[in-house]
Design a binder for this molecule. Structure first.
Ligand code: ADP
Length: 399
């Protein structure tokens, strides 16, 4: 079974084609700058490596047809034609309180995506564009969707509620939803298999440009750091994370900024970038730190401090910890962040193998000392595979 996984942004379309007989990746890539000048497609196949070309795509349907063209052209020859695609799996962002697992996409799901666009104004409309593009080009191919929020629907009410008047929740459904659910589900699933014990208590740290941490008890998300929006929780590349809400009013008034400008500041000009004034990229910050830059040092210290605070808090709410998992760009590649996240947490049973932590690369690794009560894993995330697996299961049940 060949499954195409699609992840649509407002001006981009990421794709990955998987052969689900052996879960191998046949091709992957991205169409960028859809609808503007300078549209490009990058397509990578095991046989031909990476190809990047300028093309034109006025909308997402054009972008999807470019993808089908590249998958079946003479050079790549991954498929003969688009009819070889058995199913399409979409990465969807916000499923509100309704979707707690992946779903077969029908009109009801599209309606729900529209409804929850108020919660994810950048992402849900783009997801709909992706669905419509595929429907236009391959109307008979079944499609499934995996929501970023779904995994966190198991959080108990005392974890997902904000302490606002209850009517705000009733009227507007303002609550914690959490994001990165597919990644947390994937890596915590692998960690649970490794642990092979009853009721595993796992903390999953998805540390990328956007970062979140999740407490997973017996396969269920019981709390996560992102909230009503993905700006909450950990310090991120350009997002502030946890913040006293009174600050927003103060800044609006004193800096004479509009809501939109403050929102922009919290999302795009804050985080380690805002503190350091240098970059959102941890490689740049660590280089600057080693050159003696004080604000880069401070930015990284604030990031590490908040991460450790959440690790402690999530260990407390689960009543213990069996495994701590690091994933995504920073979690998989940055030994310094992993080191500082675990430092001085021996009293919780977290003991990192410093040498192993520095030398591992790319694959699954256990970086805890042999005697560590808590296993510390580095697990490369693979949201596309998770989406493809869910899609396969949903579509196979139709037959
Ligand atoms: P996104 O949230 O955009 O998917 P990623 O998970 O790809 O982000 O993470 C990107 C971030 O990972 C970069 O901004 C950078 O901070 C960090 N990163 C990537 N490679 C390394 C590395 N070798 N060392 C340290 N940090 C890295």
């Amino acid at each position: 079974m060949k499954i195409l996984v699609i992840n649509c942004g407002s001006s981009s379309l990421k794709f990955q084609l998987l052969d689900m007989n052996d879960e191998s990746v046949l091709a992957k890539g991205i169409v960028e700058r859809i609808g503007s000048e300078g549209t490009s497609i990058t397509c990578e196949t095991p046989k031909n490596g990476k190809i990047r070309n300028c093309e034109s795509a006025g909308n997402h349907t054009d972008a999807a047809s470019l993808v089908f063209k590249y998958l079946s052209d003479e050079k790549t020859r991954v498929i003969k034609n688009a009819n070889e695609i058995d199913a399409i799996g979409h990465r969807l962002v916000h499923g509100g309180e309704v979707y707690n697992s992946s779903v077969l996409i029908d009109d009801k799901v599209v309606e729900a995506l529209k409804k929850y666009s108020v919660f994810a104004p950048l992402h849900n409309p783009a997801n709909i564009l992706g669905i419509e593009a595929c429907k236009n080009l391959l109307p008979d191919v079944p499609m499934a969707g995996t929501f970023d929020t779904a995994f966190h629907q198991t959080m108990p009410d005392y974890a997902f509620m904000y302490a606002l008047p209850y009517s705000i929740y009733e009227k507007h459904k303002i609550r914690k939803y959490g994001f990165h659910g597919t990644s947390h589900r994937y890596v915590s699933g692998i960690a649970a298999k490794e642990l092979n014990k009853n009721n595993p208590k796992i903390i999953s740290c998805h540390l990328g440009n956007g970062s979140s941490i999740c407490a997973v008890c017996n396969g269920k998300s019981v709390d996560t750091s992102m909230g009503y929006t993905p700006v909450d929780g950990l310090v991120m590349g350009t997002r502030c994370g946890d913040l006293d809400p009174a600050i927003v009013n103060f800044i609006e008034k004193e800096e004479q900024m509009s809501h939109k400008e403050v929102d922009d500041m919290l999302n795009k000009k804050s985080g380690v970038y805002g503190i350091s004034g240098i970059s959102n990229d941890f490689r740049d910050l660590e280089n600057a730190l080693h050159d003696g830059n004080k604000r880069a040092k401070l930015a990284l210290e604030i990031f590490d401090f908040r991460l450790r605070k959440y690790i402690g808090a999530y260990t407390a709410i689960m009543g213990g910890l069996d495994a701590l998992v690091f994933t995504a760009g920073i979690g998989e590649n940055d030994w310094e962040t992993r080191y500082f996240a675990c430092k001085d947490l021996e009293y919780l049973g977290i003991e990192i193998d410093e040498n192993r932590n520095k030398t591992i690369r790319g694959n699954f690794a256990d970086i805890s000392l042999p005697g560590s009560k808590v296993r510390i894993y580095v697990i490369p995330t693979n949201e596309e595979l998770m989406i493809a697996r869910d899609t396969k299961e949903i579509v196979s049940a139709l037959k």
